[in-house]
Write a protein that binds this ligand. Sequence first.
Ligand code: MG
Ligand code: MG
Length: 260
Amino acid sequence: MNWTERQVNIKSAAEIAIMREAGRINAQTLAAVKAAIAPGVTTGELNEVAEAHQRKMGVYSPFKNYGDGFVKPYPASICTSINEELVHGIPGKRKLQEGDIISVDCGTVYQGYVGDSAFTVGVGEISAQAQKLIDVTQKALEIAIELMVPGNRAGDVGSAIEAYVESNGFFCTHTYTGHGVGRQMHEAPHDFTNYGVKGQGMLLREGMTIAVEPMVLVGTRETRVLRDQWTVIAKDRSLTAHQEHTIAITKDRPYVLTEL
Ligand code: MG
Ligand code: MG
């Protein structure tokens, strides 16, 4: 753990309102990308769809040129991760094929605040197992969102995600996690995990804004990174899926900032 609870930024209602706009624009961008997904379309073309919408809205992606100084800066505005690719797939010349499943992850910076969200969908007809994987990942996110209320702990959320995923015979990565979101795409808590122990971990408090993102694999929880330094794949090359929303913890309800 490379952060402390004192570093977790608590947002005011005004900040959350701006983040809601960032999240709404992000959802519109993702909807435009989703509408363009079809056999024969390249992932680079999907990136162009996202960037065109971002330009129109006067926003930009925090993904572009993202890096820690150790890896080459991320070269695109979205991540497109196909089949065994779990997260951080780089858009390019690859054409989508009937039967693929693709995760699209997108971020938006609006008035200095970030929205971060991802979905996974099938390309044309997909296998029953692929559909189940997508449905389980989506449901895991919904279960997690319900638990994003003051007084719960991070371990309550993570353990519920993993219990649901494993009850369906799938696996959660323990290597990649959700995270705090605000003026930075990644801020404390830096490890909002898809596993945990009920009753343990960071106490959820009003005003926290966190990206919750179940990453689910069919055959293993082990991953590796391709030579492009970014693309994370299932070590056994089994299918994977990813769903993400940025959530504000409020007194009344979990507030999903990144839906339409
Ligand atoms: Mg994301
Ligand atoms: Mg994220």
